[in-house]
Design a binder for this molecule. Structure first.
Ligand SMILES: [Zn+2]
Length: 56
């Protein structure tokens, strides 16, 4: 998937488990666009940190 912002680079996609939830980070190394997704939909870094905090 190409970056929808700069359209020059492929997005880097990293999937990890945070607090028992699958979280996917999409990141562009060219323009620094990034967003997070869970199976429920898009989320923010704050939402990811909430998942991590809730797991403790
Ligand atoms: Zn980009």
């Amino acid at each position: 998937m190409k970056c929808p912002n700069c359209r020059t680079k492929e997005m880097v996609v990293i999937t990890m488990m945070v607090g028992g939830e699958q979280v996917t980070l999409h990141s562009c190394s060219s323009c620094d666009l990034r967003w997070w997704e869970t199976p429920e939909g898009a989320t923010s870094l704050a939402g990811v940190l909430d998942l991590a905090a809730a797991a403790r």
